[in-house]
Design a protein around this ligand. Structure first.
Ligand SMILES: Nc1ncnc2c1ncn2[C@@H]1O[C@H](COP(=O)(O)OS(=O)(=O)O)[C@@H](OP(=O)(O)O)[C@H]1O
Ligand SMILES: Nc1ncnc2c1ncn2[C@@H]1O[C@H](COP(=O)(O)OP(=O)(O)O)[C@@H](O)[C@H]1O
Length: 207
């Protein structure tokens, strides 16, 4: 008998097919690519480009995008600090399940608070959590303003917008950092190439 969270009298059910067998079937190793950065820094673009590149290599991945999950699983959450924390916790748990299923799970969320990202890292064996920091200047993200949200935030029509009047805490020890070179952002293909090369070198794309 065990006590976990708010539930009592619950037991862990072992399943007949394990992670290793699934990974062997897929000829890859499950992991979580956690893409963090400001709104407009290119998280979704990188996630989609990596997903496409992995697919073309015959590797199974799945994208958990913050914006998309807020239409369903996380539709009850807003943007105050405790809601963001719960958002990241839930996505971390789902990402862990996908990694256990043997997939390369690509989570792309602002995930602005270091402690929340570190809590997700702690859910997985360390090497299986690959933190990717989109280190783009606020000025670039704001110039892009693909959704017009920075403009609204500057006008005070959105309160608590990350980078404007809500904090973003950059990673201290991320596995991959994407940044501008000579003031120019690398192309989506170049960014994705760095990530896929990392996965190849660490042995995730074979069993
Ligand atoms: N207040 C505030 N702050 C930041 N972002 C906001 C806010 N309100 C709405 N949005 C839109 O929500 C998207 C971020 O959702 P996330 O789930 O990734 O956010 S978080 O990780 O919980 O901070 C984010 O999407 P991206 O631009 O793709 O990052 C925004 O479009
Ligand atoms: N490497 C890049 N080079 C040029 N433009 C980019 C790049 N990555 C993203 N963008 C553009 O920046 C905007 C924001 O990108 P997006 O992926 O939606 O960011 P996020 O998911 O972090 O909000 C989009 O218009 C996208 O086309």
């Amino acid at each position: 008998m065990s006590t976990v969270g708010n539930s009592t009298n619950i037991f862990w059910q072992e399943c007949p097919v394990g992670r290793a067998e699934r990974q062997k079937l897929l000829n890859q190793k499950g992991c979580v690519l956690w893409i963090t950065g400001l709104s407009g820094s290119g998280k979704s673009t990188l996630a989609c480009t990596v997903g496409r590149e992995l697919h073309s290599k015959g590797k199974l991945s799945y994208i958990l995008d913050g914006d998309n999950l807020r239409h369903g699983l996380n539709r009850d959450l807003g943007f105050k600090a405790e809601d963001r924390t719960e958002n990241i916790r839930r996505v971390g748990e789902v990402a862990k399940l996908f990694a256990d299923a043997g997939l390369i799970c690509i989570a792309s969320l602002i995930s602005p608070y270091r402690k929340d990202r570190d809590a997700c890292r702690a859910m997985l064996p360390d090497a299986n959590f690959i933190e990717v920091f989109m280190n783009m200047p606020l000025q670039l993200c704001e110039e892009r303003d693909a959704k017009g949200l920075y403009k609204l935030a500057r006008a005070g029509k959105i309160k608590g917008f990350t980078g404007i009047d809500d904090p973003y805490e950059p990673p201290l020890n991320c596995e991959i950092e994407i940044q501008q070179k000579d003031g120019v952002c690398p192309s989506p293909n170049d960014m994705a190439g760095d990530v896929v090369t990392y996965l190849e070198e660490k042995g995730f794309l074979q069993y």
